[in-house]
Design a protein around this ligand. Sequence first.
Ligand code: HEC
Ligand code: HEC
Length: 211
Amino acid sequence: MNSRYILALAIGTSLCFAGMVHGAAAPADTMNAGQKADLHKTIETCAACHGINGRSVSPTFPNLAAQLAPYIELQLHAFKDQSRADPDAQAYMWGMASQLSDANITALAAYFSAQPAAAGKPGNPALISQGKSLFDQGAPAQQIPPCASCHGANAQGMATFPRLAGQHAPYLLRQLLVIQSVLRTAPVMHGVVKNLTRDQMQALVAYLESI
Ligand code: HEC
Ligand code: HEC
């Protein structure tokens, strides 16, 4: 009996692990029953803010559903080693991440990345269309590159370039501001956002929340 089959038997139709059983390299495959139970408890802790499926109901808390696993892992390590140090990271995530083993970080990233994405929300059409054009084309006069060149044509993300589609606008706006002011270290993004105005940020996040 291979380990994936044993895992499937052990957890049956458990909602929490449904996404992992089919994953090609599901890290939970190598966990014993006690470690799996711990992981399940941890997911429930995360769910208090991020939602059990990673689709959070409060715009303060980012959706994790369908976020890319390599990006989630990178961020959890950055909270754990305290290199992501904006005020909300410190207040909400440093303590959480300090408790996570490397194996749990990998398993949590696999779990949340396998959850279906949150649906986009309608918003102000004029703002959304301004945001879409900035996202697709950038603003050459201000040396702002097209966001789509890294985050993907539909803001679906790629590897450590995060998915932005369907993310809560207030969360995204806060990130653009803390990245611009270098409270959040994100070297590639600093150059991108340094000349963005607050109005342009509002348009971009309205567009991203809507798709
Ligand atoms: C008390 C509320 C709370 C709990 C519990 C919590 N988080 Fe968070 N999480 C936040 C907030 C707030 C942020 C945004 C931090 C910021 O603005 O820098 C965040 C950010 C994140 C991010 C970065 C998302 C991104 O798009 O960059 C990840 C990944 C994450 N959390 C994973 C987890 C995991 C995994 C758990 C459970 C082990 C967890 N969180 C538990 C509040 C919480
Ligand atoms: C050259 C590649 C590149 C370009 C162009 C780019 N980004 Fe990013 N972006 C990144 C990377 C890499 C990260 C992750 C930073 C980290 O690891 O902390 C990121 C992170 C972000 C985040 C934080 C997401 C989260 O979940 O916390 C936002 C918001 C964002 N980018 C918006 C934009 C917008 C808007 C544009 C266009 C104006 C843009 N990006 C253009 C590479 C890029």
